[in-house]
Design a protein around this ligand. Structure first.
Ligand code: ATP
Ligand code: MG
Length: 203
């Protein structure tokens, strides 16, 4: 198992949201967390990402406990519905953000930007601002941004939730193909069964 969450419990005040939840995934697999609204999917993903404190249980990655490790040191890519792009910046600036934080040199940052844009089918869009894009294009930029730092684990929380069904179905397949092409391990949260079955190796 590359990622293993063991007996995770999490409460907000008196409300128990996660009760002894365990799951794991091997290298290169896409696992989908499927369940109705409010069942705790986002909370579990946030625990794995390192965005929640005060839970019980353990999260291990690559054989190491990561419970005390801060978000940015985990090397995970996050794509949450509300992880907004910088609207006034260009597509390229948005995608370059992660690689810059990793202090890669300028040429490598540019290479990552081009490579990520190619992957999501938006080559040539680098100099547009986010304002000038459609909803579907924005989602692709968000995906490109989460891929550019080449994360060891990609955590996606309803990444296509804002889109209409037709576009969502098409992008679901593309997202799967892109993740598979890069050999990235991914956890994909959705409340949509069709989407879960289309994207995941296991649910
Ligand atoms: N910060 C918080 N404080 C208090 N309650 C919270 C907090 N975050 C989530 N909850 C509650 O925990 C429960 C699970 O929330 P969560 O966001 O994990 O659900 P979800 O499965 O992702 O739902 P959805 O499919 O609607 O996104 C909900 O009842 C929610 O109201
Ligand atoms: Mg949620």
């Amino acid at each position: 198992m590359l990622l293993e969450a063991r007996e995770i419990s999490k409460s907000f005040g008196d409300t128990v949201v996660l009760r002894q939840v365990s799951f794991g995934t091997g290298q290169g697999a896409i696992v989908s967390l499927l369940g109705p609204s409010g069942c705790g999917k986002s909370t579990l993903l946030r625990v794995i990402a390192g965005l929640e404190q005060d839970y019980s249980g353990t999260v291990s990655f690559d054989g190491r406990h990561v419970d005390g490790v801060p978000v940015h040191e985990r090397g995970f890519g996050l794509m949450f519905q509300d992880f907004a792009l910088f609207p006034h910046r260009t597509v390229a600036q948005n995608i370059a953000f992660g690689p810059r934080m990793q202090r890669l040199d300028r040429r490598e940052v540019e290479r990552r930007v081009h490579e990520s844009l190619d992957l999501v089918g938006l080559a040539g869009y680098g100099s547009r601002t986010i304002f000038e894009l459609s909803g579907g294009e924005r989602q692709r930029v968000a995906l490109a941004r989460s891929l550019a730092p080449r994360p060891r684990l990609l955590l996606l929380d309803e990444p296509l939730g804002a889109l209409d069904r037709t576009l969502r179905e098409r992008l679901t397949e593309e997202v799967r193909a892109i993740i598979k092409q890069l050999g990235i391990t991914a956890v994909y949260v959705t409340h949509d069964q069709v989407e879960a079955f289309a994207v995941a190796d296991s649910i």
